[in-house]
Ligand binder design. Structure first.
Ligand code: URA
Length: 198
């Protein structure tokens, strides 16, 4: 059994927070174990809870279009969420729920060891870029160790606020260039990080 499949089995039995009472299915995440890109959304919605798969609603359709724009399909990347179970009525996850769920994403990242972690929306932003505002840092990559962290607006934001659509599209289009640069630079200098290159 693969390491991810084993992890999914453990997740399916998770009772570590109240959300276990309300879920239809756990939504562990999906994609290849050797994915180079790992996208992290917020939490499952109604469709995701029914199917046990991440990003299968309208935001997911837009995410797939964004991936196509850089020559990828969703099967080639890993898609996960900060929270693996749907909060009732899609309410915001509570800090205790986020904390209880933390270990699952950590294990996923350890197993997959992606080249790039792309945060989508405020919960994954808060995790990797604490106290930063998405309007200031979207589209600016930061390299830590051998992983590049790249904050983007959540695709659902563009569905609610049309003006963000072009920003999200442009941020996605920069990903191949950033990966190519990262291949050349082993240790990103601090100035490059501040310039938003890394
Ligand atoms: N679907 C998900 O799985 N996560 C989100 O953040 C939004 C929609």
């Amino acid at each position: 059994m693969s390491a991810l499949t084993e992890l999914y089995q453990e997740m399916a039995n998770c009772q570590d927070c109240e959300l276990a009472k309300y879920r239809t299915k756990v939504v562990p995440g999906e994609g290849p174990e050797d994915a180079e890109l790992l996208f992290i959304g917020e939490a499952p919605g109604w469709h995701e809870d029914q199917q046990g798969r991440p990003f299968v609603g309208a935001a997911g359709a837009f995410l797939e279009q964004l991936l196509v724009s850089i020559g990828l399909s969703r099967e080639q990347v890993y898609i996960a969420n900060v929270i693996k179970c749907r909060p009732p009525e899609n309410r915001d996850p509570l800090p205790a729920e986020i904390q209880a769920c933390r270990k699952w994403l950590e294990h996923q990242i350890e197993i997959i060891h992606p080249r790039m972690v792309i945060t989508l929306g405020r919960y994954s932003l808060a995790r990797y870029f604490p106290n930063e505002s998405i309007s200031k840092i979207h589209g600016k990559a930061r390299k830590e160790g051998d992983i590049i962290y790249y904050p983007m607006y959540h695709p659902a934001a563009a569905l609610h606020q049309g003006s963000l659509r072009q920003i999200i599209e442009a941020d996605m289009l920069r990903i191949p260039e950033i990966l190519a640069q990262a291949g050349k630079i082993t240790e990103a200098p601090v100035e490059a990080q501040q310039l938003g290159l890394f």
